[in-house]
Every structure is written in C-alpha cells, then in structure tokens.
Design a protein around this ligand. Structure first.
Ligand SMILES: Cc1cc2nc3c(=O)[nH]c(=O)nc-3n(C[C@H](O)[C@H](O)[C@H](O)COP(=O)(O)OP(=O)(O)OC[C@H]3O[C@@H](n4cnc5c(N)ncnc54)[C@H](O)[C@@H]3O)c2cc1C
Length: 378
C-alpha cells in the first residue's frame, strides 16, 4: 500500500481511532487505512469506566465490574443496584494491546507515527499535511485528535487526578460520588470516586467540575492529603497515577465534506458527565459498518434532545454549585436505576428521560431554561 493515497485516514490512534480500526481489522476487505498518530508508545495511561448499555468487543479486557454504586452527601448515603448494567472498568494497556495487535496483523491497515498539522477537506477527498511537510491523501477521513477550546458558560471543565492505591484497609464498596470532600462549592464541585478492584487495591480519583480549569496537580495533592488522613500516612502505596482535563461541553462541528470529527471532542463525550468510552464503542460499530458497506464514515450522534438537556443541567449546576450534591442524590434516590444509567450513558428512551427529569427539583431547572430563552443569559 502506498502511504500517500489510501481509502481512509484516521487522525489520532487513541481510543476512538483504534476502536474503529479494530472493527475494520475484522474484515478481509477492509478499506486501505492509514492511522496517523505521533505516539511512540502506548502505556497504561488511563482507565475507562462506565456502563455497558451496549455490548462491545473488549469484554475480556474488563478488569472489574460493580453491580452496586454508592453516593455520599453530608446528609445521606444512597446505594443503587443494577443487575443489568454493572459499572465496569477497563485498563487502557489491555485495550491498546488488543487493538494494535489486530491492526498490525491486517495487510490493509497501517500506522504512521507523525503529527498532522493541517487538513484540507474537499468534496472529493482529504489531504493531510504532516509536521515534516509530507502530504497524505485519502478518499475519506476520521479526525479523533483532541480539539481543546476555551469554554464559555454554562459549560464546565472536568479535572481529575487518580491514584491506584495498594493498602490493607481499603473500602470494599464502589463509591461513584462522595461529595463530603466538597469544601468550597464556589471554587468548583469536588467529589471523590473510589473503585476497589481487588481486596488490597482501589482506584481513588479526586474530580472537580469548574471553570476555569484547575491544574490536576492541585487535585493530586488534595487526593494525597485525603489518603493520608483516611488510610494513614505511610500505610498506602501508589501503584499508578492518571490525570485528565475534559471539556463538559458539546462538540462544535462533527461533519465536514469528506472528513468527520469524532472521539471525545467530536460528539462522543456526554457533555453533562464526561463519559465517552461506551459512546465511542457505539460510534465505532456504526462507522465501521458504513465503511465496510462502501459508504462514507459517520460522526458520533449525540442526539437531538440530550445536548439541550445537558445545557439546562450544566447551567443549573453553574448557578447553584452548592446544590450539586442534592441534585445528584435526588437523581440516585428518585430515578429508577436502569433508566438513570441509560440516560447518563446517552441512550435514554422517552420514559427514561421523563423519569430523570421528574427526579430533579423543577424550580432551578425551569429557572435555567427561562434564562437560556432570554438573549445573553445562560
Ligand atoms: C485519564 C483519563 C481518564 C478517563 N476516564 C474515562 C472513563 O473512565 N470513562 C469514560 O467514558 N471516559 C473517560 N475518559 C474520557 C475519554 O473516554 C478518553 O479521553 C478517551 O481516550 C477519548 O478517546 P479519543 O480517541 O477521543 O482521544 P484519545 O484517546 O486521547 O486519542 C487521541 C489521539 O490523538 C492523537 N493526536 C494528538 N494530536 C495529534 C496530531 N496532531 N496528529 C495525529 N494524532 C494526534 C493522540 O496522540 C491520541 O492518541 C478519560 C480521559 C482521560 C484523559
């Protein structure tokens, strides 16, 4: 295969790019594909958690599953259970290992280590310019590179710092959100996230929703202080660390002429939650099926109504950060769990959406809706 004229260019060989390439690699007649990414190595740089509302091909890479999740506020402890949709955790290194092996084994799919610096997106094809000046061409393109932009109200940044901890005295229950660490809601909405995946190991994560973004290093220090207090100084060991900054905002553009924008910055990430992995899997299934049929690639489908609901919810959070623990508690307590999970995962039916809306207090949501309807208000 010539490197400068292929059927498909995938910009970015991360979660979205490799998820798509993995599906294509299952077909002998896959389009001639070039994955462009500057990475020289793939490490265990993140864990992906969420609810498998649709099946995906990485079941064997799931490190742990939890049927029960707990939410803590100063007032209450709420535990929800789903037998149908266990919360699951995958480690990136197993995903990378599986997808890269499938790509390496396929004669029509190649990887090229390079930075893409420019994309010309025409009706008849795409031309990608690499940092070296070299140009590569394809009939279609899929762009999964991160596209960070400043965030305007009501959208918030989700910053987090996680540590995989080894200790003897770890909690044994999964805690999705523990708002008891949230000491100053005006700085940001802080919560702790704890996923015990072995008797002596757990992932602890300190998360903040806020604007402007907070350096994850600050959150990492807060997490370490918390671990010292909770587990005892010198009584825990950090096995692995991860940090991240995600925009809780909708994508600005996903479809070009011959190029679609996808991944966390291209419509696959749920604005109100930051979850993207399982939505990327749904997108990869559909996009690969279209390409195998000889059709153009498709972008992720965030849905028509959900982005509006996310905007109202984020606007409500931004106006009432001190009430965030109450809003999440009410969601956990009042919405039927499987309905809530489908809603949070971006695939609700009408009754799921109504149940979730009914679980929340109407007054602040109506206030946010009215403010959005007025010009210049968020
Ligand atoms: C630490 C961390 C933990 C997360 N945890 C979860 C979670 O638990 N659940 C969940 O649903 N989501 C989670 N997310 C959010 C989301 O699922 C991930 O960010 C996911 O990796 C997004 O996939 P992606 O393909 O859009 O981006 P990435 O996986 O980041 O891939 C983008 C790729 O683009 C490449 N690239 C960058 N610049 C260029 C360029 N100029 N040219 C070519 N390639 C380029 C990068 O090298 C990278 O490989 C997490 C994110 C992070 C950072």
């Amino acid at each position: 295969m010539s490197a400068d004229a292929v059927d498909l260019i995938i910009l970015g060989g991360g979660c979205a790019g490799l998820s798509l390439a993995y599906r294509l690699a299952q077909h002998d007649d896959a389009p001639r594909t070039l994955i462009i990414d500057p990475r020289s190595d793939y490490t265990n740089d993140r864990t992906w958690c969420g609810w498998p509302v649709n099946s995906h091909p990485f079941q064997e890479d799931v490190r742990a599953r939890w049927h029960e999740l707990t939410l803590h506020t100063d007032q209450a402890r709420t535990t929800v259970e789903s037998r149908r949709y266990p919360y699951e955790m995958l480690e990136a290194e197993r995903f990378y290992g599986r997808t890269l092996a499938a790509v390496e084994a396929h004669p029509s799919i190649k990887r090229f280590q390079a930075h893409a610096v420019d994309v010309e997106d025409r009706r008849d094809g795409v031309t990608v310019t690499l940092e070296s000046g070299k140009k590569v061409q394809a009939r279609f393109g899929v762009d999964s590179r991160p596209h960070p932009k400043p965030l305007a109200a009501p959208w918030l940044w989700q910053d987090f710092a996680g540590i995989n901890v080894q200790a003897d005295n770890l909690p044994q229950r999964a805690e999705l959100m523990d708002f008891r660490v949230n000491d100053d809601p005006q700085t940001g909405i802080d919560f702790l996230y704890v996923l015990p995946y072995a008797p002596d190991q757990a992932l602890f994560e300190w998360t903040r929703f806020g604007r402007p973004p907070t350096s994850p290093t600050i959150l990492e220090r807060k997490l370490e202080e918390h671990l010292h207090t909770r587990l005892g100084a010198g009584r825990w060991q950090a096995l692995r660390r991860e940090t991240g900054t995600l925009p809780m905002a909708p994508p600005t553009r996903t479809h070009g002429r011959s190029m679609v924008v996808t991944g966390a910055y291209g419509g696959a990430m749920r604005a109100a939650t930051g979850y993207a992995f399982h939505a990327i899997q749904r997108w990869a299934d559909e996009c690969a099926a279209a390409l195998i049929r000889g059709e153009p690639p498709m972008g992720a489908q965030p849905g028509r109504i959900l982005p509006h609901l996310d905007r109202i919810f984020m606007s409500t959070l931004a106006r009432h950060p001190e009430r965030a623990p109450e809003f999440y508690r009410l969601l956990f307590e009042n919405a039927p769990t499987d309905r809530l999970i489908r809603f949070l995962s971006g695939v609700p039916g009408v009754r799921d959406t109504l149940s979730v809306m009914n679980a929340l207090p109407w007054a602040p949501l109506i206030g946010s809706t009215l403010r959005q309807a007025l010009p210049g208000r968020t």
